[in-house]
Design a protein. Structure first.
Length: 452
């Protein structure tokens, strides 16, 4: 049995993976024991340099470069990469939320620490109407999923009085985990809810723990203000953050008190409700992720207008150059009368000649130019926002209809655009030379006699 449980934990660890910038799968190091606050220190917008300030800095660097063609090409690619990385982050936040909404993490949150004290409300009110069976099943899931990787565990149900499983912290091993499961299966109502008495007992042993988890299903016996005052005084000078869980609690004032306790101790709050599942998003981990996700969406929305302006600058410059090129080509027909006949007097038919010299042969068709930098906007559904999020970074790109009927967003690199217009001018000169050659001498009257 123990082997299968460890395998289950490993599966929970391995299933959480994302793609890094090279497309390779990457497992988050120590992910099972990492809180969202610590996780965001590595994968948040600041750590990934994807804040609005970072984007503005990239934008200013782009606009201040002197040569819009040479330096603009490289910097504009950086802006597109910025948008791609931002979408990857949003996807990571989405996957993290889904991961937190599964198994015991949905019920009790993600526990921290290696030596855990577990205080369980088994008052008459919290065990009535079938709630005891639900609580037992949930606790067994917590033991199976999150406890095998810890070092020690102290389980203390409390009602009118606390009734700990053992006097002190017990090391986690195969036997202790099975004993704890059996102990949880035998839980029964213990009267009223004397939370202060339970806290007094566990705080006497505080040196044994680095994490205290309080599970509460309803209002305790004592006034909520008294409990908050007691905890405020008890934790003075201590670095012992509490992990408090409102487990299917229907009293709003009880949930508010637990949130206050989490703030006082610099701990974490988790809310589970079988009736209103959306309440889980006020939990500490979920609230942090939602805040980061909102910031990411704000950056994306800002990019829409900022990047539109940047693209306009680059395209306006290059379109102006193309207009001058077209004008110059139209006015330069006279010098083509002195073309080198050895250059264009290919005796093949024009059909054969175009196979070697046409736009497609020279890879100068419009689709060949646009294909490397064409994109189809992606859409990601974000449960926390209850809507689909579209990649607005592509909105500033030019819409272009593809031969298959689909519509793509295209980006033209300034340097590539310049090279393309230069090559296109050479091809235009070549076609004009061929036309003049066909319109001279015997070819004007009899056409080209091609060899077979």
């Amino acid at each position: 049995m123990y082997s299968s449980q460890l395998t289950s934990v490993k599966q929970h660890h391995d299933q959480w993976a994302v793609r890094d910038n090279t497309g390779e799968r990457k497992i988050y190091e120590n992910h099972v024991n990492k809180t969202t606050e610590d996780w965001l220190k590595v994968y948040g917008l600041e750590a990934q340099k994807l804040t609005l300030t970072d984007f503005t800095r990239e934008k200013e660097r782009y606009k201040t470069d002197g040569d819009i063609v040479e330096s603009g090409n490289q910097n504009h690619k950086k802006l597109l990469n910025f948008g791609t990385k931002l979408m990857e982050c949003i996807g990571n936040y989405h996957r993290r939320i889904e991961w937190l909404l599964t198994g015991s993490r949905k019920l009790f949150g993600l526990l921290r620490g290696q030596n855990v004290a577990l205080l369980i409300d088994v008052s008459d009110n919290n065990c009535s109407c079938g709630r005891l069976k639900t609580l037992q099943e949930s606790l067994l899931k917590l033991i199976d999923e999150q406890m095998p990787t810890r070092e020690g565990l102290y389980v203390m149900p409390y009602g009118t009085y606390p009734r700990p499983q053992f006097r002190d912290l017990r090391s986690i091993n195969l036997r202790s985990l099975e004993d704890t499961r059996q102990f949880i299966r035998q839980l029964h109502p213990l009267g009223s809810c004397n939370l202060i008495e339970a806290l007094k007992l566990v705080l006497k042993k505080r040196k044994q723990f680095d994490s205290i988890v309080i599970i509460l299903g309803g209002n305790p016996d004592q006034p909520l203000e008294r409990i908050s005052d007691f905890i405020s005084q008890a934790v003075i000078g201590l670095e012992l953050p509490l992990h408090v869980v409102a487990f299917d609690c229907i009293q709003d004032e009880c949930c508010d008190m637990l949130q206050e306790i989490a703030e006082i101790t610099r701990g974490r709050y988790h809310c589970y409700s079988s009736r209103h599942e959306e309440e889980i998003y006020v939990s500490t981990d979920m609230a942090l992720l939602k805040k980061e996700l909102d910031r990411a969406v704000e950056v994306m929305m800002s990019m829409k207008s900022l990047q539109a302006g940047l693209l306009s600058d680059a395209l306006e410059e290059n379109i102006h150059k193309l207009s001058k090129l077209v004008t110059a080509t139209s006015d330069s027909t006279s010098h083509l009368l002195n073309f080198d006949e050895g250059y264009s007097t290919n005796l093949n038919s024009s059909k054969e000649w175009l196979k070697l010299n046409g736009l497609k042969a020279q890879k100068l068709s419009i689709y060949q130019l646009l294909e490397p930098n064409s994109f189809q906007p992606t859409v990601t559904y974000v449960p926390i926002l209850k809507k689909e999020i579209r990649a607005h970074v592509y909105d500033s790109m030019i819409k272009f209809k593809w031969p298959d009927g689909s519509e793509r967003r295209v980006h033209i690199d300034p340097a590539t655009f310049t090279d393309y217009t230069t090559s296109l001018q050479k091809s235009a000169d070549l076609f004009r030379s061929r036309a003049l050659w066909l319109n001279s001498g015997s070819r004007k009257t009899l056409g080209v006699v091609a060899d077979k």
